[in-house]
Design a protein around this ligand. Structure first.
Ligand code: NBP
Length: 469
């Protein structure tokens, strides 16, 4: 019997995704460049609906036509290598589905290139890590609509099932990978916000790991309910091997990144949008790598911690909770603003309500807030800041965000993502900005002209008799 689908790439994501298909009784063939990995995988999971192949030709021949092949290999040149190896073995109308974190412009180019060879190409974002891949990830497929629609019944069987199957058509032209990139950008900000709350909790409010774990457990019972908050509560109470020690305290404070967050920031700059909470999260990870420099400079600069009146212990939890809720809403808003702009610029025709629904299960940023976000975009195309629900929440919580940032600054705690959220909010909701002065400076040194508030037209002023202009 032929397999319904094929999968290439048996690293963490690929092997778990293959098992997910097999668990749903969908016959699947697998292939990996290093054949030993395929052999070991098939030896471990001996099942009639899971077949491993050492030869790529045999793998391709084992698939039902038109063929559907999932690629889950390292993003970048590896994807092109596999595509080149597959081309001579495929027939017209076979479909390749790239499930890696490919750059959306690479996906656009690959789709165009393969279209000329009558091979369908789908760029599909997948989120959920290994657990999601095995039990149901969030899937973000993009490409030709008819091709994706034919695949959807199959993908719905392996996607996260609740609250509704977490898969939907995203759009054409690399839209699937674009949405996944923004998902990852929001994920960076979400993680950084949690880390900043943790930093403030232990350094300023002197909370120990168990108290902090309880704080995050308490957050889980509120609108902050999310996968990342849930795992943070668990991480903080995980002991190390010696008594009364915690694993988190033994982990070096140097964080790594793979690139999708950086692309999100680059895209924001390219499209004249702002994602300061995501940008701060990227910077925090980058600077964390300079451990020795940080150590040296901390020794050099005396900390000028001002005596501050801290909130009473029964106020602290609410302060942290409200500040985090405001910052979380605002970091989602930043990512979603960028999606809205990209949808116009690249003509993705994104459906933001569907995207929020696809992110509600399986993926790393799954959270209860996404239900409210989905509801907002069912009714409106305006930014999240215009949602009456979020307006009410922000009105209630912005005071705590401002207060917490003040406390952080007074205690020399870097809180870039919290501050970035506040910057985004204030910049977006301030009528009179000081850009009149910027425009005057531009006109002074560069004769760039300015518009006036009292009459229409463009104006230039001779600011100085002998200086510039
Ligand atoms: P990796 O990103 O580490 O990729 C390893 C796989 O790529 C192996 O199967 C390897 O084969 C194959 N490969 C490489 Br490297 N170069 C190749 C080439 N030239 N030709 C053919 N195969 C090649 O694995 P992963 O962590 O499972 O991630 C897979 C994709 O999914 C990536 O794009 C990743 O960004 C994305 N993703 C990962 C996660 C996650 O949580 N890890 C989540 C969401 C998305 P080999 O065994 O022969 O070396």
């Amino acid at each position: 019997m032929k397999s319904q689908i094929g999968l290439i790439g048996l690293a963490v994501m690929g092997r778990n995704f293959a098992l997910n298909f097999s668990n749903k009784n969908i016959p699947i063939s697998v292939y990996n460049r290093t054949s030993q990995i395929t052999d070991d995988f098939i030896d471990t999971y001996s099942r009639s609906n899971l077949k491993g192949f050492i030869s790529l030709q045999d793998f391709v021949n084992s698939l039902e036509k038109p063929r559907k092949i999932l690629l889950i290999v390292k993003a970048g040149p590896a994807v092109d290598n596999v595509i080149q190896e597959l081309i001579p073995l495929l027939d017209p109308n076979d479909t390749i589905i790239d499930c890696g974190n490919s750059y959306f412009k690479d996906t656009q180019a690959r789709q165009k290139y393969l279209q000329e060879k009558e091979i369908q190409y789908i760029g599909m974002g997948i989120s959920g890590g290994e657990e999601g891949a095995l039990n149901g990830p969030s899937l973000m497929p993009g490409g030709e609509k008819e091709v994706v629609e034919k695949l959807l019944p199959l993908l719905e069987k392996v996607a996260a099932p609740s609250p509704t199957p977490c898969v939907a058509y995203m759009g054409n032209n690399g839209a699937g990978h674009y949405v996944k990139m923004i998902h990852n950008g929001i994920e960076y900000a979400d993680m950084q916000l949690i880390a900043e709350i943790y930093h403030l909790g232990r350094k300023v409010f002197k909370m120990d790991n168990l108290t902090l774990s309880q704080l995050f457990e308490q957050f889980q019972k509120t609108e902050l309910n999310s996968y990342l908050v849930e795992i943070t509560a668990k991480i903080l109470r995980t002991p190390d091997s010696t008594p009364d020690t915690f694993l988190v305290d033994k982990i070096l404070d140097v964080a790594e990144a793979k690139g999708t967050g950086k692309w999100t920031v680059q895209e924001a700059v390219e499209l004249d949008e702002m994602v300061p909470s995501i940008m701060a999260a990227i910077s925090a990870r980058s600077k964390s790598k300079e451990k020795r420099k940080r150590q040296e400079l901390e020794r050099k600069y005396k900390r000028d911690n001002k005596e501050q009146l801290l909130p009473s212990s029964n106020e602290i939890n609410l302060l942290l909770q409200e500040a985090m809720l405001a910052a979380k809403i605002l970091s989602y808003a930043q990512g979603i603003d960028l999606l809205q702009k990209a949808s116009e610029v690249y003509q993705f025709d994104l459906n933001l309500s569907k995207i929020a629904k696809v992110w509600r299960g399986g993926c790393i940023i799954r959270s209860s807030l996404l239900n409210t976000i989905a509801d907002h975009f069912e009714k409106s195309e305006q930014s999240l800041l215009f949602s009456p629900f979020f307006q009410e929440r922000l009105q209630q919580c912005m005071g705590s965000l401002r207060k917490l940032i003040g406390i952080a600054q007074g205690n020399t705690i870097p809180v870039g993502s919290l501050s970035g959220a506040l910057f985004y909010f204030d910049l977006n909701s301030t009528d009179n900005l000081p850009m009149n002065l910027i425009q005057a400076q531009r006109d002074y040194f560069g004769a760039h002209e300015f518009a006036r508030t009292d009459r229409p037209g463009r104006f230039h002023y001779q600011w100085s008799e002998n200086g510039n202009n």
